[in-house]
Design a protein. Sequence first.
Length: 539
Amino acid sequence: MALLEVKNLSLSIGGFPILGDVDLSVEAGEVLGVIGESGSGKSMTALSIMQLLPTGSVAGGSIRLEGREVLGLPDREMRAIRGQAVGMVFQEPMTALNPVKTIGDQVAETAMVHGGMGREAALKVARETLDRVELPADRFPLDRYPHELSGGQRQRVVIAMAIAMRPKLLIADEPTTALDVTTQAQILKLLQRLVDEDGMGLIFITHDLGVVAGIADKVAIMRQGEVVEAGATVALFRNLQHPYSKALFEASSHVPPRIPPTDTSGTPVLSVDAVVREYPLPRRNLFGKRPVLRAVDGVTLAIGRGENVGLVGESGCGKSTLARAIMSLEPIQGGHIAIAGEGLDPRHGASFETRRKMQVVFQDPYGSFNPRHRVDRLVSEPFHLLGAAAPQGAEREKRVTRALEEVGLTAADAHKYVHEFSGGQRQRIAIARALIIEPDLIILDEAVSALDVSVRAQVLDLLADLSDRLQISYLFISHDLAVVRSITDRVLVMKAGKIVEEGPTEEVFRAPKHPYTQELLAATPNLELALSERERTGR
């Protein structure tokens, strides 16, 4: 008897069909990987198993946990199952955690609510569980708050909350998407260890085929609320049948066609020389010197016209801090930054004339837009940098339309709101906004890390095409080394505020010299290597 068996699961919300005839099964000690694009039904399948569905939901079919039908159970009975028999890890740990409660209290809450324990016993369970997820007491006491932890550490706390009562089944919904590759590797290793130690079943939801090939024993591929293909990991990937599955496989290793710049010897579009960015820290005593954190430590780099340069490293290494300094959003304490030959004032930042030459695309396009404004207003925001020269009336409309069409959207999209678009389309709108004043440099800060593989391939193709046609330069900041390898000409590796290695992208990836670069590359999920390792070990 399977630990979990889902048969003919259907779901509609407000009369709109979401899932149709979904079949899944998970054995004890087995990992099922569920992959597919955003909107394919992965998370709604998980929420159906947990019976955490919104008002107006109508579910049909069967969901049996250890032989017991849970679909349609009263909420009182489901509360006894959640936490005890089934735990869930959500994608964004800061959303899943309460910022005003300590990590000890939040893990203990699982034991108190689902295990009926008193506070003292629950805190003891919390301590033991945090130790299990490698957050030891000497470094992570129970009175720590979520904001005092890194992203990977917060994700470990969320995992601890989910496994505190040692559930038979754990559902992990995109638990590593926003993490850098080394932290992701640690979380994957932790989840695999918990499965092996507890004989727990694991449903691992992701859009990263390399990750799922490394951890999952079985894979189910979902599209538009249905499972289009399922089977043992190696057998499925080696013999894909459905056109959608084949398209996902091809998109995961997609390399955009582009023409590398032939001459970058002129005045650099971006010149960074020995830049230092420091933050003051709290005093340790009343009379002592105030310590500082050097987030960017003497960084030097240059980007030529039409050149794509990657900047990689773990979270906290200083990548985004350097980007904010280049954009004059933060002051620098040393060094010099120049855009197209014009230096930035280290205290007062860039002039409007200099700001016109650079734009930025952020990781979360929805968060960088005002949801109350239509697309035409959002895309035309950079016109304020042009002052009196900003186009008006019909010319303004024409420029907005041209920018939208450059990124594969239409003139009619200008009159819509951002909530009417998919994640990939929103990122296209963000790129259109960056393009509209025809800058020399675009800084892309984790611009594709949250996108599905097929949407990511489309956006990378778009960026490569725009760079070739318009001779735009990119500073491409990412923790996804596969993306950086596919689109950049040169790459810089950053650790603890310093550039530890740099060179032509293929040269650095094929023969990394610095141990840190070697560590990053070793931790990067690779679909083909994962499948070969499974074939070798017979897993």
